[in-house]
Design a binder for this molecule. Sequence first.
Ligand code: AMP
Ligand code: MG
Length: 418
Amino acid sequence: MTLKPPPLRNDCFALPAGVDWTPVDEALALLRDRLDVVTGREILPLGQALGRVLACDVLARRSNPPQPNTAVDGYGFAGAVPEGAHVLPLVQGRAAAGLAYEGEVPAGRAIRILTGAALPAGVDTVILEEDVTLGAEEIAFHGPLKQGANTRKAGEDVAAGDVILSAGRVVTPADLALATATGLAEFEVYQPLRVGVLSTGDELRDVGQTAAPGQIYDANRPMLLALLGQMGFTPVDLGRVRDDRAALRARLNSAASEVDVILTSGGASAGDEDHVSALLREAGAMQEWRIALKPGRPLALAMWDGVPIFGLPGNPVAALVCTLIFARPAMGLMAGASWQSPQGFEVPAGFEKRKKPGRREYLRARMRDGRVEVFKSEGSGRISGLSWAEGLVELRDSAADISSGDPVRFIPYDSFRL
Ligand code: AMP
Ligand code: MG
């Protein structure tokens, strides 16, 4: 295990003076600019590295394939074959994958060879067994055949020393195949980013507790904890605090030594009961990012004892959208990953909508019959719509009214995984 990098600068969330409503892309560019990796590194066997972020470029130790070999079952010999009928006598024995033929195949003779077998000395071309008539000790076939036909060259996939995977990449199952094939046994990766989730609000109750009519269950915390786990971070449940500044301060103080990042939900606006923003402002650590975004403004960003806090809105829809759009790529950078923009797809709208130009909007959406449909209500307390949806429609800042059939960008929920 290596030393952790130094903490982020305290002014890393400062906004340029005079900014009013910040467009989403500018807010994202600021985060991308200011944030950096905060976790330490470790070496892991490949089998434990799935989903981890590579801490350095990975170079192939050996070539793939390591030797020239045959791509098919057939017969191997030397050189190109001209048009016309040919007969070649066979040598004794055969070459199979993992069972090399040790001798040399003389010019003008052929050898039985099976898929994956290294080409024996004297063989550079293979004819498919289906294209051959097999006699007792010879084969007959028709040309032409190019030199090298049906063979794989050494290193034609990857050459030893090639960079096969770049630092900042999140390891996939296919990466494990690539690294194993090219002779690697371990990766240097970043330690997972620990992300604390804290809910705030006097009205909140936990699952299993009884709730009076004026109370609601804390729906954000289980959602955010689960989401963080899916994104490859280590979720840490920081529980729930009442709308009480001293309690909130105490919780943040203790959390700052347990986690790398804190997500709070609720209390992030500018009202009397918005204790998260009030406390962060009091501590001089707060930046209120008024983002030209629906749903979701404002977003409170702060540094607390060197730990970044994302003060998310309390509404579950806004909390989820802000987490996906802002917190996810920001946390990705802190986890050592390269900047991640979610993969979206231009598809025809299966809905109509009036929209004000000048702000970005995200709608709960799903694909049906080649069109994207949106949830019947845009109310940001409508948790059922979050669950109904399979992704988000992103409406450009400049977009005005949308008519049925207009191209719009659909981002499946899956695109937000780290
Ligand atoms: P706030 O941002 O604290 O003003 O909260 C905005 C709305 O979101 C209010 O209706 C809150 O009751 C609701 N809310 C806040 N936190 C949660 C939560 N953890 N789960 C569900 N709803 C919440
Ligand atoms: Mg509240």
